[in-house]
Design a protein. Sequence first.
Length: 321
Amino acid sequence: MSEPSRRLFLQALGAAGIVSPMTAGCATAQEGPFFARQSLPVGIQLYTLGDLTVKDLDGTLKEVSRIGYKSVELAGYIGKTPAQLRTAFDAAGVKCTSAHVGMAKGTATEPKLLDDLGRVAADMHVIGATHVICPAMAQPDDVTITPNPAEGFRAITRVAQAMTADHWKRMAGQFNEIGRKLKAEGLTYGYHNHNFEFVKVGATTGLDILIKETDPSLVTFELDVGWVAAAGVDPVEQFARHPGRYGLMHVKDIKASTTPNLDVRMDPTEVGSGRLDWAKILPAAYKAGVRKYFVEQEAPFERTRLEAAAVCYNFLSTLKA
């Protein structure tokens, strides 16, 4: 049935009292693409673009905007001041609504979460961000793990495995305090997961402890569904288990060749090209409370980063879910 015929058919049913005009309208709306139907932008985490933003921030942002992205998430200041970043975002016609800020001491020009949070908040207000997201946990002072040669960041898995429930609870307490201070500045604080937070701690996991022990009014979570799936966990089930705790999401896909692990490993691919069922994941995320969605893709890439970003956007912007 053609769309005009379908519309007339539904109107006729409404006139006959079989369905109400409101019901008919809803039936038609549900057939539209997910993001358009929810009036939400498809965002992108700038980490996806690697050093392109360092080499040519203005040109890269304009290309991102041309693809269709109107919302971005920052991963560091890219060697710019907050005012320079805001100018670049405005010129490209994009909004930076969220920023990853590390759980570390920063510098005079780029404060982080273990610095004066008033400085962090002031910078976010200039940039335009409403959310401050911790991209990964810090190693507790009393957990002595040294990276092996070539292990790098993956040593964090051994750190997580060495942590007790008390370590995770203390971290949650730290998150609550940061969240309280940033809330007073008009900002929302959150935590972004990888797969190592799914390490078993007795009958639960590190991530579950963080969610249970943090105050929902002070701390939200940005669920990275690619890392969730890489851990062997179903993202739909994860959203359902913790309704109201996820305000943001990293839209990330993985190949079927990815084997379940907690070692920060995955076989990445463009969104829609992997094994994740986005027609189920996106509605589950929305139902759980997610309102900010950022595409993020890990290396290695099989095409240029901008080409990959375009593939992801084109899939998501037309997906009916």
